[in-house]
Design a protein around this ligand. Sequence first.
Ligand code: 4AD
Ligand code: MG
Length: 431
Amino acid sequence: MADQVYIQDIAAYVGQEVTIKGWLYAKTGKGRLQFLRLRDGTGIIQGVAFEREIDAASFENAKALTQESAVMVTGMVRADERAPSGYELSLSKVEIVHLAQDYPITPKEHGVDFLMDNRHLWLRSAQQWAVLRVRATVIKAIRDWLDSNGFILMDTPILTPAACEGTTTLFETEYFGEKAYLSQSGQLYNEATAAAFGRVYCFGPTFRAEKSKTRRHLIEFWMVEPEMAYADLDECMRVEEELVSYVVGRTLEERAEELKVLERDTTRLQAVQPPFPRISYDDALKLVAAKGEPLPWGEDFGAPHETVIGDAHDRPVFVHRYPAACKAFYMEADPCDPRLSLSVDLIASEGYGEIIGGGQRTASLELLERRLVEHNLPREAFEWYLDLRRYGSVPHSGFGLGVERTVSWITDTHHIRETIPFPRTLGRMYP
Ligand code: 4AD
Ligand code: MG
């Protein structure tokens, strides 16, 4: 077998004969000319089989190839401006590895349910391929930035004895006769590790039994959660905008081809530079009212409000100091107005809504004890967490960035289910 070359590296092989191992993405045949669109996981390239320039068996193979058949081809790489990828292969050999029959996803339009039933195959389509390649880069960029900015990775447990983000979305399971819950967030544990290591982060799957069927909610999603000792709300926002800008920059640099496949307007992404605008909850209320989406004071924003807030800015926008009553129990109170919390959400532009939630955590034992009661949370399960306020309590802050929400926004993918290989959504766990 000839050495395999990957389509993403093809530019380095112009004028040389290479072998590509992959699958047939699409084909147009015109008698003595067969145009094969080939994919190998790293990209798509057109191969041209011309009856006069290829052996008879290879030409018959080219004609016989069906969509998603596995194929190995050998050919000369030519730079060609008219070709979609800028390169083309003049084929000298076509070998069929496996002939696929009646591939269900055809070039015609399919309904979402059908595509989701065939998610294991749908992943091969150019659009899905592009989104998930961006996802991998987003995750790598997040880790690179945190690892090189003083954050230590701390893996937090998936099986937990208590709620972090409210009891209504808990996934319950059994733990040797005790109740356990799948983690909604690693935050509480990282408040402990932050007191041990300074700046930390966890990065893993999180679970929410969300009863709402929206384009922004998954049941299982991935979240990165940095946590910082001796950091206030302002520092939290500063870290968030640095991280998000870096991630967008790396995607623009490394995934230009994929963003082109997705027809992403990259000028919108180029604007994503610090500092991001910062508006208070009270000002955000005025903004949504002025845009025809009024909300009573005290309530958290829903999708229509977030869309209005995001669209009023050219880059993600911070909304800070929400009323304490609409946020989680661990939020620090605003010293200027105890009705408010030192919380902050980062709202993405273009209708993608909240991509980060976070803020400053309560440092006071007394306030935290009160909040547990107000939120009806079982104190026994939080004794260890209260200890963090008994022994060297300091101002500390952190946040959680949802990977799929972020990828939806960066790739301009309307529904979040396309930003994870095998989404878990309300009522669907197959495949
Ligand atoms: O705002 P959330 O619920 O915050 C927390 O969990 C904090 N404990 C994080 C922290 O401070 N360490 O969730 C954080 C982010 C949201 O902004 C969103 O991007 C994502 O997680 N998220 C979801 N993504 C997909 N599907 C869901 N059901 C999500 N719920 C939250
Ligand atoms: Mg939130």
